[in-house]
Design a protein around this ligand. Sequence first.
Ligand SMILES: [Zn+2]
Length: 93
Amino acid sequence: MTTSTTQECQARKAPDTTEAIHELTAHDRCDRCGSQAYVRVELPTGELFFCGHHGREFSSAYSPIALTVQDETDRLYAQHGSKLASTAAAAAS
Ligand SMILES: [Zn+2]
């Protein structure tokens, strides 16, 4: 019984695929406007970085040819959301 769960865990750990993906940081900048990038697009010719705004604007252009699209705009909205929430909380108190 216990051995089967252990094997399942090990099987899930295996792949090297996660190594290629690095989380976008403040050092990654939008190729269009220089804002912090939240979208990384891997193309056959190289990588592109976009902020949330330009990521959306160009998504129809790069989507058909992109190898991978790393979209971290959720993180952007989460940050803004919490900022708004704390502001609202401050205003309420
Ligand atoms: Zn931009």
